[in-house]
Structures are given as C-alpha cells and as structure tokens.
Design a protein around this ligand. Structure first.
Ligand code: SRM
Ligand code: SF4
Length: 573
C-alpha cells in the first residue's frame, strides 16, 4: 500500500522531524517574518497550532507589497470539554493579552485562540500550562481531543465514563518531549534517537484520528463523525461496557466521488477494562494499513472500507487480545444540548448557555460575553463544560448561586431567548481565518437562520427542532453531513444544500441542490417546510419526513452518498 517512492511530502516531513522538533525553535527566533518555515507549519499542528493569515486583508497587503498578516490559531486539548473556573479565568486573561481577542468554542469540546503573533505563542503556551492545560496533539496526525457526553441523563455514571475518556486521551498522547522542550523550556534530551513513540512510531499516523465516548440516548458528540467511538452500555444503573464503533468521518472533496462522509460501523461490545487495549489496537492497525500515499484517502474510514470491516476487526482483535462480543442494543434520541437549567443527581444544577457558533467575545456595541463569563467564574465553584455543539455549560452550580449566575448570564447576553431552530444550528469558523474556506459560515449562518425562522414560524413549526449546520467547505468541521439541513460552501455566497439527516446523527444527508445562493436556498426550502407542516406524521422529524416522502433517499453508508437512485429528485454531484 505505502510504496516508499510515493509517500506524501507530509510523511517525509514527519520522518525527518526528530519526533516533531523540526526547526521550530530556530523559526521562532527569525524576526524578519511573521511566519514559520513551511515544513514546520506541518509539525506545529502536532503542538496544537496552525499558521494562518487574515484573508479579509490579503489583497490590501499584496497591494502594499507586504507579506500576508500572519498569525497563529491555537487549539487546546481538553478531554470531555471539562475545565475549572480557575482555568476559565486564566484563559480569559490570555485571550485579552496575547490573542486577537475572544475565545472560540469548537465542535470538539475545546477552545481556540485566533490572531496570536509569532512572538506570543510561547508565552501563551506557558500561560495555559500554568493552569494545567496543554495543546499537545490537539491537531496533527495523531489522536486528538477525546469527546465525552457533557450532560448525560445518567449523571451518576458520568464521572466514571468521563474518566474512561480522559484515560484514552492520556494513553494515546505522543510521548515525544518536543512540546516540553520547545515551549516549556524543559532540558533537551541528549539523544532523540533513543526516544520512543510506543504507539505511533516515528511517522505517527497517516492522518488525523478522532475518538468520542457517548452515553445514549444523547448523541451530542456525534459518534458517527469520529474515527472511533465508545458507546456506553448501561444496565440497571451500572456501566456494563461499550459498543465500539469505527470508521466514521465527514471530510470529502467537491467533485471527487472517491471521497465521502461515512457512518461508523459497529464492531461489537467490549468490557470497560478493555477500552485502552482496543483503542490502541484500532490506532496501530490504522497506523500500519492507512494510506500514506494520498492524504485524501488516508483516514480510517477509507482503510476500513478498503480492507473490509471483518478483516480490519480481526487485526484489532489479534493486536488487542480482546474479542468483540455481539453489539448491545442502544438508541440515540437527541443530537443537541439541553438548554437552560437541568438538575444533577447530587442536587446541584447545570445551566447550558447557547453560544452562537461558539464565538465568545465582548462586542463593541453588543453583549459583553467574556466579561459576563469572567464574573461567573469569579463566584462559581463548579466547573465549565464545553459541548460538542459549541455551547457552554456552567456545571454543578450550588443552589445558593443559581439566581446570581442566571442574572449575570442574562445581563451579558449569555442567556438570550432564541428560537429552537437557532439553538439547533451550528457553523464552522470559515472566513476570515480558515485557509480552506470557500464561503462564509460562522459570519453568515446567523442571518440565514433569521430568514428560515420566518418560514418556520409562518408554518407553525416554531417548536420543532430541526438540525441545521453550515460549513465553508466540504471538510465538514461542523459535521454538516449529519444534519437534517446541511449547507456546504462551494464559492462566495454559494452552497450545496443537503437534506435528510435524521436529527439524531445516525444517517447521512444527501445532496439536494448544488451551488445555490440565498434566494434559491429559501425558494427550495419554503415549499418543503410547508408540505412538512401539513403532511408530517406525529413526532416525525423534518429529515425523516423528506426521506419517507421520497425527496431524498436514506443514506446509511458513505459509499452511497454520491449515488443517485432512480426516482429521487436529488441532483447528485
Ligand atoms: Fe476541522 C481543517 C476548524 C472540527 C474536518 N478545521 C480545519 C482547519 C484547521 C483548516 C486548516 O487545515 O487549515 C480549520 C481551522 C479554522 C480556524 O480558523 O479556526 C478547522 N475543525 C475546525 C473547528 C474549529 C470548527 C469549529 O467551528 O468548531 C473544529 C475544531 C475541533 C477541535 O477542537 O478539534 C473542527 N474538523 C472538525 C470536524 C468535526 C469533528 O471532528 O467532530 C471535522 C469532521 C470530522 C472528520 O474529521 O472527519 C473536521 N477539518 C476537517 C478536515 C477534513 C478532514 C478529512 O478527513 O477530510 C480538515 C482539512 C484537513 O484535515 O485537511 C479540517
Ligand atoms: Fe475551514 Fe472548511 Fe473546516 Fe469550515 S469546514 S473550518 S471552511 S476547513
């Protein structure tokens, strides 16, 4: 598979990087440019940050014969999205002092800082390190932030399951000392050749790798968008073990039907004590069999589809010594967060705040969200939990603090009354920072939702949750291919419209119209929403209705994503 001659350039960069050191340190010292050497920008991802430039300013800078306005985006590693109030206070201070401003919650339960100048990267990493947060393996060809259901109904078991998620994260961390040497001034090891990467080896994985742990019936972590997932099986209030799902993922390329989003396959059931062995065996099988010659086909989903599920599973069983038992039944019913106050088993409460597209900042002429959260952090004794749908939970609030926290949240625009449609919407970062964006997402979806709200309200559907997601390109960072209505950027102001997800994250949607602007988006959706309002069955979701009435076919395997079965309106790619 991985013919030496045809390995991608990134493979060579990793191989000669001396376990991710490269020439990052020398590049930091170079004051003639705001950028790092190109090869090192591949390696810094493993340290948690990306080089970017402000795309809004590119033309102006070019005219002025200036290099692009380079800055860096740093993503933290926060397994399960849990941070303490003290950690929140520290990241608030860092966002003001060392970044372009604000905090961005991501679709993988962590936060990002944007607009960091080269000279500020090191102080920033040292700052988060002081409060025990790091950015190791937040990006790069390794296992990334491990997701875990934040607000489960079975809250008494949450701790145990969260501990499992955190243990997987720790177990799969790269062991190189590069991060500690470069950023935390730790003494350099004498001979890096003696340094061992026990799980990854010298060239790490062929591509990024993502893991989620979910507690049914809540699928906020979108198990099907992950390379590997553990679905908790709880019987009589006791954790029996996990179903293991593998081979999910979202990214694909416009016009290339050999790439596709995929739903994870259920490998079977394992006991809680077997999850680390199982996770490691899935990772090393992907390490050894993943395609290192073409990054577009390097994710685990393609490895499994190419090898066949049974063959892949056999490798995992042999490497782990764990035999998969028959999958246990489970059901997901929810795909989003439960907003407002909810009660915990220990008598404390959680307040889930809707943070539109994860963006937290102090607006010049609007809400002072950062200030509000800082004030809350100053009096709150519980923790904060970032959700996989870019929202924030003030968790484990003591009864005595509830009223005050609610008041602060309201005063600072953190507890707004918004429609159910908006609550179920999510967009990726896209422009101006994302180098891969083809269209707006985070800056545009709020307006489009306003227009869709009018249609939904007119048809008496204000209380109907419909999952709407938008991304600026088909990489799928807001998991749009699992939404009931998905918008995927094609070019400035143009989107592919995809329909037919099931509102629980267990079915892919299907391309319905290609490359359309706002006027046509509204013209296409309005009649479908009208018919849905009139003809839906009791309790039937929008995506299910579209599938039942033949507007789009049901897609449960990514290999059918581009197919156009006869008799469907879908236009296909
Ligand atoms: Fe993503 C690349 C932002 C979740 C699939 N993603 C990027 C980059 C780093 C662009 C780049 O490579 O230069 C984006 C940085 C934008 C910026 O300015 O901040 C970016 N991805 C994000 C975030 C911040 C979106 C958000 O609005 O929250 C999410 C950060 C998650 C985190 O904390 O780790 C984010 N990205 C996802 C997800 C969703 C998920 O993991 O659940 C996916 C789809 C799932 C999957 O991986 O299949 C996703 N991102 C991609 C891909 C396509 C990967 C593929 O297999 O094809 C790319 C491009 C790539 O890797 O080449 C990408
Ligand atoms: Fe960028 Fe595309 Fe990801 Fe959006 S989906 S953040 S545009 S890579």
């Amino acid at each position: 598979m991985n013919d030496e001659k045809k390995l991608t350039e990134v493979e060579h960069i990793k191989a000669r990087s001396r376990h991710l050191r490269g020439t990052i340190e020398a590049g930091l010292q170079d004051q003639t440019t705001g950028a790092l050497p190109a090869d090192d920008t591949q390696l810094t991802k493993f340290h948690g940050f990306y080089q970017q430039d402000d795309r809004d300013l590119r033309d102006e800078r070019r005219h002025q014969k200036l290099e692009p306005l380079y800055s860096f985006m740093l993503r933290a590693r926060v397994p399960g999205g849990v941070i303490t109030a003290d950690q929140w206070k520290a990241i608030d201070a860092i966002s003001r002092e060392l970044t372009g401003g604000g905090i961005r919650l991501t679709t993988r339960q962590t936060f990002q800082f944007h607009g960091i100048l080269k000279r500020n990267i090191k102080p920033l990493i040292q700052g988060i390190n002081r409060v025990m947060i790091d950015s190791i393996a937040a990006c790069g060809d390794v296992n990334r932030n491990v997701l875990c259901n934040t607000n489960p109904l079975e809250s008494a078991l949450h701790r145990q399951i969260y501990d499992d998620a955190a243990a997987i994260s720790t177990h799969l961390l790269p062991k190189t000392a590069a991060y500690h040497e470069i950023w935390l001034d730790q003494e350099k090891i004498a001979n890096y050749e003696e340094e061992v990467e026990p799980v990854y080896g010298d060239t790490y994985l062929p591509r990024k790798f993502k893991i989620a742990v979910a507690i049914p019936p809540h699928n906020d972590v979108d198990v099907n968008g992950n390379d590997l997932s553990f679905v908790a099986i709880i019987k009589n209030g006791k954790l029996e073990g996990y179903n293991v799902l593998a081979g999910g993922g979202m990214g694909n390329t416009h016009g290339d039907t050999s790439t596709y989003p995929q739903i994870a396959k259920n490998f079977g059931f394992v006991k809680p004590g077997d999850i680390l062995k199982t996770a490691e065996a899935v990772v090393t099988t992907q390490r050894d069999f993943g395609d290192r010659t073409d990054r577009k086909h390097a994710r685990l989903k393609y490895t499994i589809d190419r090898m066949g599920t049974e063959t892949f599973k056999k490798h995992v069983e042999e490497r782990s010594g764990v035999k998969f038992a028959e999958p246990e039944p489970y059901e997901f019913t929810m795909h989003s967060d439960r907003f407002g106050w909810t009660e915990n088993a220990d008598g404390t409460s959680n307040l889930t705040l809707f943070i539109e597209n994860g963006r937290i900042k102090d607006y010049d002429d609007g809400p002072q969200m950062l200030h509000g959260l800082l004030k809350i952090a100053e009096l709150h004794q519980g923790d904060f939990r970032m959700t996989a749908t870019q929202n924030l939970i003030i968790a484990q609030v003591d009864e005595s603090k509830k009223a005050e926290i609610e008041k602060l949240a309201k005063e600072h625009g953190l507890l707004r009354k918004v429609s159910v449609l908006r609550q179920n919407s999510m967009a990726c970062v896209a422009l101006p920072t994302c180098t891969l964006a083809m269209a707006e997402a985070e800056r545009y979806l709020p307006d489009l939702i306003g227009k869709l709200e009018q249609i939904v309200d007119k048809n008496g559907l204000s209380d109907q949750p419909i999952v709407v997601r938008m991304t600026g390109c088909p990489n799928g960072c807001a998991r749009p291919f699992l939404a009931e209505i998905g918008f995927v950027g094609k070019g400035p102001g143009k989107y592919n419209l995809l329909l037919g997800g099931d509102g629980k994250g267990t079915r892919l949607n299907k391309l319905y119209r290609e490359n359309i602007g706002e006027e046509q988006i509204l013209a296409e959706l309005e009649p479908l929403i009208e018919t849905y309002a009139k003809e839906r069955n009791k309790g039937e979701g929008f995506g299910d209705f579209l599938v039942r009435t033949g507007v789009v076919p049901a897609v449960y395997d990514g290999r059918d994503f581009h197919k156009n079965p006869e008799g469907f309106l879908s236009s296909g790619i």
